[in-house]
Ligand binder design. Structure first.
Ligand SMILES: [Zn+2]
Length: 427
């Protein structure tokens, strides 16, 4: 009989590194066993320690505790926050917007409410209350600005909308009001930012005479942002980096094999499998495998696929490997060598394989270029925990392989199938 309190997890592992199922499978329900199956067994030297269950990395954070208490895995996300987080303009304006939405901007009425002052009035026009609506819509400078950029027939409607609705709809690029609707969300944010800025300049640096009015200053900022974004796009386009959106399978360079990898997970059962396929310059089949993983996240299934691909390629002694995934998070985690960001049991093993003496590159491909690996990953039942390797193109995916563009790549000749397993003495 196993005593849970005194038996470390590392003793539940066979000498070959696999889980010693016979030691614990009778004590646990199948759902837990399937979750354990998706975890890479620890090495014998590892000691147990307690981790925080509310976070994937097992590290306590106030945020994860709050999410647990709120009974919401995703945390509380307001629709306004979503709109703010998607704002396309300057980050400082995005943050400023969030403060405006929350009513945290220190207008004179807010200062009175916080007992910081006795005078809620507007320092510019003398109105009795300077609140957000007054500052951003009714005060003289704001009025002048809006009458310049909002259609005349829409101006009254624009200025009388409920304030929160006004903020949210303009911020989400509602273009009905604007004379120049292009990028209205960016312009709107910039106008608000400059109204606030000008108000503070007047208050705190009264001697400074501005060289531009709010309208022209905003136009200059918008133009600068536009130039910076187009330069960034140009740069991204010009750089031959691996993150380019490759849509179609492309053969690797001479001397390399390309492995396409994928993980798939059933959203209702949470069960996952992974698969991979290695091909060379002439599109010859090097290997193909699928594995049932058990119960885990999409990302973990993706990591399992990458691990099994690399382990297979290493065992088959390929010296240069280009591995391609359609999961951007998996790709970015691996190229940034950031094992701490995600709590994955298999990621350290991937980094260990990558550190061996061979050449490995990792690339990102769009789903359309990864259809074969996707289909292969579904060739086993996730519950089977089975690892299957094929030496030839399996019948189930033959049509897809042709659709993947390989037929074209070898100028209409028949698909050659390599007996890599025999040739290279694989495992
Ligand atoms: Zn005023």
């Amino acid at each position: 009989m196993v005593s849970v309190s005194s038996t470390p997890v590392a003793t539940m592992v066979n000498p070959d590194g696999s889980w010693a199922w016979d030691k614990f499978q009778d004590f646990l329900p199948s759902s837990v066993l399937l979750a354990i199956a998706a975890v890479r067994p620890p090495s014998a030297h590892v000691t147990d320690h307690i981790g925080w269950g509310g976070d994937d990395r097992r590290i306590f954070t106030v945020k994860s505790a709050y999410s647990l208490c709120a009974g919401d895995d995703q945390g509380i996300v307001s629709p306004l926050w979503k709109a703010v987080s998607k704002y396309r303009g300057l980050p400082r304006i995005r943050l400023f917007f969030w403060l405006v939405f929350q009513g945290k901007i220190l207008t004179n009425s807010e200062r009175v409410r916080r007992h910081m002052s006795n005078d809620p009035g507007c320092g510019l026009c003398g109105a009795s209350v300077e609140d957000l609506s007054h500052l951003f819509r009714d005060c003289i400078e704001a009025r002048m600005l809006w009458s310049r950029v909002v259609k005349e027939e829409k101006l009254t409607g624009f200025l009388t909308l409920d304030f929160q609705t006004w903020l949210a709809s303009n911020f989400q690029n509602l273009q009905d009001f604007s004379i120049n609707p292009e990028d209205w969300d960016i312009a709107f944010g910039t106008y608000l930012w400059n109204i606030w800025r000008r108000r503070n300049e007047r208050l705190f640096s009264p001697d400074i005479i501005p060289s531009e009015d709010i309208y022209h200053r905003s136009l200059r900022m918008i133009a600068e942002l536009g130039r910076a974004s187009s330069m960034l796009r140009l740069h991204q386009h010009a750089a031959p980096n691996l993150t380019a959106d490759v849509k179609r399978w492309e053969a690797p360079a001479a001397g390399w094999i390309k492995i396409n990898t994928d993980g798939s997970r059933n959203t209702s059962t949470g069960l996952a499998s992974c698969g991979g396929v290695g091909r060379d310059l002439e599109s010859r089949w090097c290997f193909e495998f699928a594995k049932g993983i058990g119960s885990c996240s999409c990302l973990e299934a993706e990591f399992w696929g990458i691990y099994e691909d690399l382990a297979t390629a290493w065992s088959l002694r390929y010296p240069r490997v280009f591995i391609e995934t359609d999961n951007r998070e998996a790709y970015e985690t691996i190229v940034s060598s950031n094992s701490r960001k995600v709590g994955s049991s298999i990621l350290p093993s991937i980094f260990e394989l990558l550190s061996r003496s061979w050449e490995v590159q990792v690339g990102f491909v769009r789903r359309e270029g990864n259809v074969v690996a996707d289909a292969i990953s579904r060739l086993v039942l996730p519950t089977s925990l089975e690892y299957r390797r094929w030496l030839e193109v399996s019948l189930a995916i033959r049509d897809l392989v042709m659709a993947d563009g390989i037929h074209d790549a070898i100028s209409g000749t028949q698909l050659p199938i390599q007996r890599a397993y025999d040739d290279l003495g694989g495992r």
